[in-house]
Design a protein around this ligand. Structure first.
Ligand SMILES: NC(=O)c1ccc[n+]([C@@H]2O[C@H](COP(=O)([O-])OP(=O)(O)OC[C@H]3O[C@@H](n4cnc5c(N)ncnc54)[C@H](OP(=O)(O)O)[C@@H]3O)[C@@H](O)[C@H]2O)c1
Length: 283
């Protein structure tokens, strides 16, 4: 009865992705590519954006082999015009947008005091925060028509700061604040906003591409993830389930919500836990 109440009154309903149009940014690698494949398996039509055309096409071909119709758009989310082009191309090809997944992202791994050029902060904000804004702003009228869902791929760092990630944590906090405010503004129009707060993921290039103290990608100097990181497949499956249930906030893995709770109630304890984890990744 409680679930019927939730479904009826709160507009929460499990929906299939079959023939839905799903737009995913940062789909040429890592989580975005795995999400595209997962959505293709569920029968979605896809619009995929990234800067690397060759890798984007390879992901598109994999999705097409699963029976999905796919449109690729080469672009950079840091450029507002590219967000607008993405939305226009999606509407021209498929006529609607049901889900917009703002996934494109970039990280950092360096102590704040060691940073040589603070431009690095601007880059992180332009991709992780403004990159999402640049896509959802032109997409909003179409999401209103479809009563669709905006999905922001964030991190637990959107709620809890992590050492060596000052600029990344700040950009994901900005994204979280934006989504929390937008959710209230658009609720009555039937548009949902889901934030995804992830733990570390295994098998992505985020750490190799993370910016170091000189503002350049760390490459081989980056750290490997430890065993507790989540696999891309598990994360993508959890996100698609969350999209179907139109969740407002999704922690992956679910136990990660404990850290957010501890942080709200006893921040010093949460900081001790986080510092210990980062020190182990460093070691
Ligand atoms: N990996 C983790 O441990 C982890 C943890 C928490 C949250 N996340 C979040 O998950 C998301 C995906 O990260 P990932 O781990 O899959 O990283 P990844 O393997 O480095 O993939 C990042 C994707 O974003 C694209 N991208 C980067 N900058 C872009 C830009 N300016 N414009 C358009 N596309 C851009 C890249 O493609 P091109 O280079 O072809 O443009 C690539 O497809 C990010 O938002 C990240 O913050 C990851």
């Amino acid at each position: 009865m409680f679930s019927a109440f939730r479904m009826g009154f709160l507009g929460v309903h499990a929906g299939s992705l079959k023939n839905k149009t799903v737009v995913i940014t940062g789909a040429s690698a890592g989580l975005g590519a795995t999400l595209a494949v997962e959505c293709a398996q569920q029968g979605a039509r896809l619009v995929l954006l990234a800067r690397n055309a060759e890798r984007l096409e390879a992901v598109a071909r994999e999705c097409e082999q699963l029976g999905s119709e796919v449109l690729t758009v080469v672009g950079d989310v840091a450029i507002a015009e590219d967000g607008r082009r993405l939305v226009e191309a999606a509407i021209e090809r498929f006529g609607r947008i049901d889900y917009l997944v703002a996934n494109a992202g970039i990280s950092m791994w360096t102590e704040f005091a060691a940073i040589e050029d603070v431009t690095l902060f601007r880059t992180l904000m332009e991709v992780n925060y403004l990159g999402a804004v640049h896509c959802v702003h032109p997409a909003l009228p179409h999401l209103k028509k479809s009563k669709g869902l905006f999905v922001a791929i964030s991190s637990i760092q959107g709620q809890v700061g992590v050492p060596l990630h000052t600029g990344y944590s700040a950009s994901k906090h900005a994204l979280q604040g934006f989504c929390d405010a937008l959710r209230m503004e658009v609720a009555e129009s039937g548009v949902g906003v889901m934030t995804v707060l992830l733990h570390w993921l295994k098998g992505t290039e985020l750490r190799q591409r993370a910016l170091g103290k000189d503002g350049k990608a760390l490459g081989d100097a980056s750290r490997e993830h430890r065993a507790e990181a989540v696999s891309l497949e598990k994360a993508a499956q959890a996100i698609v389930r969350g999209m179907q249930k139109r969740r407002r906030q999704l922690y992956v893995p679910r136990r990660l919500r404990l850290l957010a709770m501890v942080h709200a109630l006893w921040p010093a304890l949460a900081e001790w836990v986080v510092k210990g984890k980062v020190a182990r990744e460093e070691g």
